[in-house]
Design a protein around this ligand. Structure first.
Ligand code: CP
Length: 312
């Protein structure tokens, strides 16, 4: 595996190897030692052209815990502001011999384009509405640790599917691992061709949640809506916000997930988000560090010319 640009190119066995290694890193992160050497001597540069809390922080922590030299470019203060292009910026950084570039960009496909121009490994930290592979991997790890498996689970992904790279990567990953996927949302926020993706589509929240094992909530991604109609928060919450009454339609032991950032009182009730018996939202954040450590470890093995555990 030279780059990690999306779930689309990963096979089920590769996903399993990565999740198994991430499980090891969960144990390391919970130990007093916390540190490994898998990235010792390597340079990791994080380039976030879009806002982030969880992804950027966890990539930084993951790199530091594995011994990399980590630098996060302050993109808002970079020469991008003076008109330098994405590719020229990438070529400039490439000339400094980094080993790993972690890139988030508002345009779908921008990270793959950049990966063609540099010598180092590139990880997609979210590109437009296309993919967010490490989010799907950390979601899968959270589900697997909570439910004990990924196959034959009913996973309801609810909300703004149309603008969500998280939904797209999760549909690819969970479908590949033989979960049953339901998409729930208003017709305007579910892509027209979604029924052809091997998923079930619901516009009624209660019908879609019936006996679901996993309830994954998404926020309205207004930054990608390009002037389209946006329902009022009140109206949206009434029909599609997850509250106790709607959650009661899911399986009694259903878990509640959210990739963050959350808008409480819009797509999810705050008491549901904070309910430690149902919500695994904080576990998702924890798994994010472990999954990013595993992804960078596997890419580093390939960089060092060792037989890669995972080969693409
Ligand atoms: N889930 C996620 O990508 O969160 P951030 O935007 O905070 O990184």
């Amino acid at each position: 595996m030279r780059h990690l640009l999306g779930i689309e190119t990963l096979r089920p066995d590769q996903i399993t190897v990565l999740l198994d290694l991430a499980d090891d890193y969960v144990r390391l992160n919970r130990s007093p030692a916390k540190h490994g050497q898998a990235l010792a001597g390597l340079t990791q540069i994080n380039m976030f052209f879009e806002a982030s809390t969880r992804t950027q922080a966890s990539f930084e922590i993951a790199g530091m815990r594995l011994g990399a030299d980590v630098m996060s470019m302050p993109m808002q203060a970079s020469s991008i502001k003076k008109g330098e292009t994405l590719i020229d910026t990438a070529l400039t950084l490439n000339a400094m011999h980094p080993d790993l570039l972690v890139v988030r960009h508002p345009h779908s496909g921008a990270v793959a384009l950049l990966a063609e121009k540099v010598n180092c490994a590139v990880i997609n930290a979210g590109d437009g509405r296309h993919e967010h592979p490490t989010q799907a991997l950390l979601d899968a790890l959270t589900i697997r640790r909570t439910k004990g498996r990924l196959h034959r689970l009913t996973v309801a992904i609810c909300g703004d599917i149309a603008h969500s790279r998280v939904a797209r990567s999760n549909i690819l990953l969970l479908g590949r691992m033989e979960s049953r996927i339901r998409l729930i949302g208003p017709p305007t926020l579910i892509p027209a061709g979604a029924a052809d993706w091997g998923v079930e589509v619901f516009h009624d929240m209660r019908a879609g949640l019936k006996n679901a094992d996993v309830v994954m909530m998404l926020r309205l991604q207004k930054e990608r809506m390009d002037g389209a109609f946006i329902p009022s928060a009140r109206e949206y919450y009434h029909r599609y916000g997850l509250d106790a009454e709607k959650l009661a339609h899911a399986a009694p032991d259903a878990i509640v997930m959210h990739p963050g950032p959350m808008n409480r009182g819009v797509e999810i009730d705050g008491t549901i988000a904070d309910d430690i018996n149902r919500s695994v939202i904080q576990e998702q954040v924890e798994m994010g560090v472990a999954v990013r450590m595993a992804a960078m470890d596997l890419l580093a093995r390939n960089l060092r010319g060792r037989p890669a555990v995972v080969s693409a």
